[in-house]
Design a protein around this ligand. Sequence first.
Ligand SMILES: [Zn+2]
Length: 269
Amino acid sequence: MSQPLRAQVADAARHLHTRGWVANHDGNVTARDGSQFIATPTATSKRLVGDRTLITVDAKGQVVGHGKVFGEIGLHLVVYERRPDVGAVIHAHPPYATAISAARSNPIERPFIAEALVSLGPKIPKVPYAQPGDAAKQALAPWCELVDAAILGNHGVIAWGKDPEQALLRLELVEHLARIAIEAAPLGGVEPLPASAIQPLLAARAKAGIGRAADRAVETAAQLLGESQQTVVACAPAPHANVATMSPSGQKHDLAAVVREEIVRALRK
Ligand SMILES: [Zn+2]
C-alpha cells in the first residue's frame, strides 16, 4: 500500500534537500487532496519538513487551519486549475537546471536523448522571467497544458505529475538532462536528436501512453515562444483537449519516465 499523501509530500520535500536541489528555505511541494491542497510551509528548510509541519490551503491559496503558505503557491495553483489530472506539483532550484534558467540559452529545450523525448515530450521550455506573484503565474499558465516540466527563467524548475513521486521523477530528469548538457558544453554542446528520429519517438510516446496534456502540442508551444524555427508537430489531439492517451491494449498508463527497453518495445509494436 502506498504511503498516506501527507507522508508522500513530506518525503518529497526532504528529498529536495537531500539531493541538493534547494538551499535555505527554497522549494515547495504540494499535492491535491480533494478540493484542497497539502503544502509545505513557508520559511522552513525542506530538511525539516514532516507530516505534522505541512499545511492545507484552499483553491485560492488561503490557509485552512494553521500555518503560513509560501509565496509561490500561485505557480502550483495555476497548474492544478489547468490540469485536472495533476495530483502533485514540485518546485525547486536544482543547480544545473537553475544554471540553465539563468543562462542565455536553453540547451535542453530540444531533446538529445530518446528517453527524454519519450518521457517529457519534445520540448522543455524556459518560461521567461516574471516577477513573483501574478506575473509569474500568468507566464507559466500557457504551458500547463502542453508540458509536464518547465524551466522558470532566472529562477528554477517546476514539474508536475499524478502524484509526488511522478512529479519528483520528472524534476529529477530535467536536472539530469541539464547536467548532461552542461557537461557536454566544453565538447561543443549537445547535438539534438535528428529530425527523422522525432516522429517515431513521439509515436512511441503515444503508444506508451505517457502524458495527457494534449500530448505536447509542440507547434502551439513554439508559437507561444515566438519561434520561427522549424518545429515538430506532435501526434496529438488539440492542445486544449482533455484526452488521456491510451495504449494499444486499451490499458491506461501514466508513467513518469521510460527507460530505453520500453522505447524499443514501443517502437516494435
Ligand atoms: Zn523558487
